[in-house]
Structures are given as C-alpha cells and as structure tokens.
Design a protein around this ligand. Structure first.
Ligand code: ZN
Ligand code: CO
Length: 342
C-alpha cells in the first residue's frame, strides 16, 4: 500500500530524497512535466485548458526527527531535534540513522538512578542518547557521522475501525493524496508541489510558489487532532472520523473565505462529510505561499491525526478517502475564468 511505503520512508527535514524518489516513481507516467528545484521541492505539472486557472497543490515531504550532534567516548550518540518534537515522546523509541539506516534505541538514565526531583521532571533531549550497540567512539564512527539524519523506526499498522498508526502521517498523507490526484486530468492546470523543509519553518513552499505563480493554492495536510480523554471539546482542533478538516486560520495564515466556501459547497454537493478546523494552533505551507509574489490566496484541507509529530500518529482511513475525494471534486468543479488571479 502506498501510504505504508511513504510513511516508512525516511525524510527528516532537509533529507527528503528517499521520499522524493518514491513519489517520482509513482507519478512519472501521469504528468506532463517533472522538475526538482534547487531547494529540493518536487514540482509536477499537469496541463489543463486555456481560460482555466493554474492551481498549486502543496504537500510536504519532510517529517520531524533528529540529527546526530556528537558521539561520546563510549559510542553513545547525542542528538538535536529537527522540527517540533516533544522531548517526552523520545525515551525508549527505536530509530534509524543515516543512509545505511543503522538501528538504535533512545536511552535515558534509569529511573532507579534518578534523584527524587529528577523523577518529577521531563528528561530533556539533551539528557538522552542513542544507543547503537557500539562499544566505543571509534566503533560508532564507522556506522554514524555527525549531521546524519535520524528517523523514528515505526511501522504502518491498521487497527480499530479503519484506523491507521504510522509515523510521518504529517504529511505523507498529503503526498499520497497528491499522487492520487495526479492520475486524472482537469480543466485547470495543476502544479503539484511536494515541498521540503516545512517542519523547520515552511521553507520550501515559498520559493516554489514564487516560480510557479499560481492563481490559487490548496495545501493538503495531516493536521492536529486532540479528541481524546481529558481534553475539553473546544480544544479538539479536529475529530477523528468526522471527515477532512478545512482551515479558517492558523498561526501562519488566514485562508481565503471564497475558496473555503467553494470547497464547502463542493463537499455538500458530493455528500462528503467535512469539519472546520477549530483551533488556530500550528501552521502549514500556506504561511509562506500566501506571501509569495503579490500574494497568493490559499485553502487548507487536512486529515486529522492524533499524536502528530511522534512515531505513532493515528488517522482514520475514512478521513483520508474523504480528503482525497474532496480535493479531486473541488478541482473538477472549477469553472472557466474562476479564480484567475485569485
Ligand atoms: Zn504538516
Ligand atoms: Co507537522
């Protein structure tokens, strides 16, 4: 299954090559043009008819993870975090390091050795290390180098009522949906951008938007979902299984109301359940796309994911299908002259 392959690939921000190559294999027979820009964004063009707008679709290839910072005398590896990682999710996780995918585990001072006040605090990532089973610095250096990217090792598992557990659902979900979208032709020209470095500051999408100069952009994402125990309903952000979540605003941008309303209209017409994203936390590539050139109007459609930015994020296949169907139906619904220049 495509989403299994995509989520199990390594793609910490700045190291998107493995994911990019996987996507190229999937789309190359369906698109008119493929380009990789200098930052590493993968841009695929599917030409439409004259008189219709150019639509940029964006999904980021990168995921949060770690990077090798130093190796100590005993062969244990200290690391940086890449992107928004909660230190509390790190301990006892299995990781995969560098291009040879050297396996390791994240270790910490045992509870028996911790002072009483230490037990009440979160161990910071600086206090943790990766154990790759090396006996010395020299032995570790044969396998791992400074600057190597570290990915969580976490397999794709289906459970419950059509739920999926995997790492990097944010945003291999978007990548998988864009791949599916590109199998069809639309009246509008589609510029699908698989972006880089979203998790470290929305860095890839802006330059891609500048070079493409689209009429509007639609960002397809995996987004936060806190519909779990002990959380008040207004803070859920989204609910698992309630359909794709449409963005109104977040920390990085306001989304365009006209496009949002057109997407809602499409969802109603096609009988696709949808929800509005309730809180404003987080941001998407829209944050840099909407500021490109003279401003580019954006919409955001996302699949709710519990435990995002961790090795065990969870989504519903129903939301995933709904999101894919809604993006496709929206593109099919675009009329001549609509959205030209926003
Ligand atoms: Zn994301
Ligand atoms: Co993210």
């Amino acid at each position: 299954m495509l989403l299994k392959k995509l989520t199990e690939a390594s793609g910490v921000s700045g190291n998107e090559k493995e994911v990019r190559e996987m996507i190229i294999e999937e789309i190359k027979d369906y698109v008119d043009e493929i380009k990789i820009d200098s930052l590493g964004n993968l841009i695929a063009i599917k030409k439409g008819s004259a008189g219709y707008p150019k639509i940029m679709l964006a999904a980021h290839m990168d995921e949060t993870g770690l990077m090798v910072k130093s190796i100590d005398e005993n062969g244990f590896i200290k690391f940086y975090t890449v992107g928004g990682i909660d230190d509390r999710i790190l301990i006892s996780k299995v990781v995969s390091i560098g291009k040879d995918k050297v396996r390791g585990v994240i270790g910490a001072k045992a509870i028996h050795l911790q002072e009483p006040d230490e037990r009440n605090k979160t161990l910071k990532h600086k206090q943790l290390y990766i154990d790759i089973g090396a006996k010395s610095k020299a032995e570790a250096e044969k396998l791992v180098s400074l600057g190597d990217y570290v990915t969580f090792f976490s397999d794709y598992v289906e459970f419950g009522d059509q739920l999926v557990k995997a790492k990097a659902l944010d945003d291999r979900i978007g990548c998988a949906i864009l791949i599916e979208i590109l199998k069809y032709r639309y009246s509008s020209t589609i510029a699908a951008v698989f972006t880089v470095q979203e998790e470290i500051g929305l860095r890839g999408a802006g330059p891609a938007a500048y070079s493409l100069n689209p009429d509007i952009a639609v960002i397809v994402e995996g987004t936060t979902c806190h519909d779990v125990t002990d959380i008040d309903e207004p803070n859920f952000a989204t609910r698992l299984g309630a359909g794709p979540a449409l963005s109104i605003m977040d920390n990085a941008s306001y989304y365009n109301k006209n496009i949002l309303n057109r997407i809602i209209e499409t969802a109603k017409k096609e009988n696709i359940p949808y929800q509005l994203r309730q809180t404003t936390m987080g941001g998407t590539d829209a944050g840099s796309i909407h500021l490109a050139r003279e401003g580019i109007l954006c919409a955001g459609i996302a699949v709710p994911c519990r435990y995002i930015h961790s090795p065990i994020s969870v989504m519903s296949k129903k939301d995933f299908e709904g999101c894919s169907n809604l993006v496709k139906a929206f593109l099919e619904s675009i009329r001549e002259e609509e959205f030209i220049n926003g």
